[in-house]
Design a protein. Structure first.
Length: 283
């Protein structure tokens, strides 16, 4: 059986999320109460991974106090949620470069105390451009530099967001080009491949930069070859993700089954579903 790493799953402290953002998920996910229960009990979530044939999941959390309500407490939450299941869960930490008080101290805590294996930045929710360190956002450079030194993968959201208060001008992946040039040893994951407006840009960056990968979460899997016609050609740089339980994402296994039906080679599917993430995270 093909092993699977779903690198993009939103198990988050929904109690911390702003009510209008929770309402967006509740309106798009019929089984919201079950989702809420899973966010409160990692054992039940791991049991769901077993039932859906998924070996590991990236637990995506990020700091976005202005738009989403999440504070740096999400780092502690993510570490605690995954504490007993580090063989199954990859908890992503985060900092908001526009609000963090001491980026170096907070990064060292993520790396040394919480030992989180990856970082998530969400420009449309944190309201900055990924390359804004070039225009004086000093905390962002500290984050990238320390992550690069630790070879800590940094996932950067690209593509539009429907949540109230999101600013989609920050969602264009082209600004990641500067990051890849200035921090060549930093492993970068372009989340969502720039969907639905900037897929060609995301593919260009993946092909140009050895340190840039992308995940294909949040796009309907049956349409992936329309969005990314060269998916087979870039299979070495692509990670599988579902974005569940994000708005309108039907489920981890449902998305996985639809992906497996695509006319891709078995080798490409193996790389995307498991090998690339396993290599990137040293599993």
């Amino acid at each position: 059986m093909q092993k699977v790493i779903d690198i993009h799953v939103h198990m988050q402290p929904l109690e911390m999320m702003k009510p209008e953002c929770v309402a967006t998920i509740r309106a798009k996910q019929k089984d919201f109460e079950r989702i809420l229960e899973l966010t409160r009990d990692p054992r039940k979530f791991v049991a769901l991974l077993d039932a859906e044939g998924i070996e590991r999941a990236g637990i995506i959390n990020y700091v976005a106090p202005v738009v989403m309500g999440f504070t740096e407490e999400v780092n502690d939450w993510a570490a605690a949620y995954a504490r007993d299941f580090r063989d199954r869960l990859l908890p992503f930490g985060s900092l908001d470069p526009t609000t963090v008080k001491d980026a170096a101290a907070s990064m060292k805590r993520i790396l040394n105390d919480l030992r989180l294996p990856a970082l998530k930045l969400h420009p449309p929710h944190q309201l900055f451009y990924p390359n804004q360190y070039r225009d004086g956002l000093a905390a962002l450079e500290v984050i990238y530099r320390l992550a690069e030194q630790a070879r800590l993968p940094v996932m950067i959201h690209t593509g539009t967001s429907v949540f109230p208060g999101a600013r989609n001008k920050f969602a264009d992946p082209i600004y990641v080009d500067d990051v890849a040039v200035d921090f060549p040893d930093l492993p970068i994951i372009i989340a969502h491949g720039g969907r639905p407006l900037w897929m060609d840009t995301a593919v260009f960056l993946v092909r140009r930069h050895p340190n840039v990968y992308m995940d294909i979460s949040s796009s309907p899997p049956q349409n992936l070859l329309e969005y990314f016609p060269r998916l087979e050609d870039i299979a070495d740089k692509v990670l599988w993700g579902s974005d569940w339980p994000g708005p309108m994402v039907p489920g981890m296994k449902t998305n996985l089954d639809r992906f497996c039906q695509l006319p891709l080679s078995a080798e490409a599917k193996r790389k995307i579903l498991y090998d690339n993430a396993a290599r990137l995270f040293g599993l």
